[in-house]
Design a protein around this ligand. Structure first.
Ligand code: UDP
Ligand code: MG
Length: 314
């Protein structure tokens, strides 16, 4: 029998975890072809998420868990789950029931029976989401796909099933700044896409504020593209050329018409404009330097406080 690990990143999910666990159990129990295990990753929750998970683990031998020493973010949670997974097939699913367990089974079949290495869900609509959020999100995909070499599917979600081979490939990428959507696409492999309707969260609240999403978007662009550096270089070149031509023009004008003391406003405008441009360019370089700084420190991506998984499979 093929084994399946179901990774569930959880951050303050005590309101929804029972619903999730019951629904997923009832779905996977219908399928007798696979042996399922859960890998719950408690990402430093401040509510009693960990107690709930420990309780499941005490009564259900399929439940494994990892608990972080603090909140490290969903990216770290997914990585930890994948690092500790040993099953033939590995799935990632949100704890809030926005990802349908029935679709999970369909995705699993695609990987198991149709020869795909990855089955991933793509969101078809953005119902129940703020207009401004969807607009920003759409822009983000168009910008990152123009700037970067890897193609990121619009609406791609972290909801997916992979073979152990793909999971090993993903875990072999050592970077500290992990933008999973980019990493999933960077590793390649044969992927089948599933359209997935947006479902309301079953209970609890989203952990993604607008600012958090904006930071995530910048992370994605900086992590998977060096185009911003080229843009700042090219605009620097462009303005140097304009400045040079302007200097030549002033030189000739002075010879023909004599010196001119007017032009104070234009100088101020130029200074402010170019000053701004220089600061923006430095800022862009700074973003990359700060990422390099974090990478060279080689800090662990997460720290585990408690787990019921024996370390010998790590
Ligand atoms: N999550 C996590 N760590 C975080 C934020 C979120 O493990 O720092 C988990 C969360 O518990 C959920 C999943 O990631 O299972 C998706 O989070 P959420 O539902 O808040 O995001 P949304 O669906 O609104 O994008
Ligand atoms: Mg959600």
């Amino acid at each position: 029998m093929k084994s399946v690990d179901l990774i569930v990143p959880c951050y303050n999910e005590s309101d929804v975890l029972d619903l999730f666990y019951k629904e997923v159990c009832s779905v996977i129990e219908k399928s007798s072809e696979y042996s399922f295990s859960f890998i719950f990753v408690n990402d430093g929750s401040r509510d009693n998420t960990l107690e709930i998970i420990e309780n499941y683990a005490a009564n259900d031998s399929r439940v494994k868990y990892l608990s972080f020493s603090r909140n490290f973010g969903k990216e770290a949670g997914m990585l930890a789950g994948m690092t500790y997974s040993t099953a033939d097939y590995v799935g990632i699913i949100d704890a809030d029931l926005q990802h349908s367990p029935e679709l999970f089974l369909e995705m699993l079949e695609a990987v198991d029976k149709e020869g795909y290495d990855v089955a991933a869900a793509r969101r078809t609509d953005r119902k129940g989401e703020a207009k401004i959020k969807s607009a920003f999100s759409r822009r983000f995909y168009s910008v990152i796909n123009k700037m970067s070499d890897v193609k990121i599917e619009e609406g791609a979600q972290d909801f997916r099933v992979m073979t152990q081979k793909v999971v090993r490939a993903i875990c072999s990428l050592p970077e500290y700044n992990r933008f999973s959507k980019g990493i999933f696409s960077w590793v390649g492999f044969r992927t089948k896409w599933f359209e997935h309707e947006n479902r309301e969260r079953a209970a609890g609240q989203t952990k993604w504020s607008f600012i958090k999403l904006l930071k995530y978007a910048i992370e994605g662009i900086i992590g998977f593209s060096t185009a911003p550096l080229k843009i700042s270089f090219l605009s620097g070149m462009l303005f140097s050329v304009i400045g040079l031509l302007y200097a030549v023009y002033i030189f000739i004008d002075t010879i023909i018409n004599g010196p001119d003391v007017a032009g104070y406003p234009s100088i101020i405008c130029l200074i402010i404009f170019l000053g701004g441009l220089i600061l923006v360019s430095l800022g862009i370089i700074g973003e990359y330097v700060s990422k390099i700084y974090l990478e060279v420190k080689h800090r662990p991506i997460y720290l585990i406080d408690k787990t019921n998984i024996r370390d010998d499979n790590q």
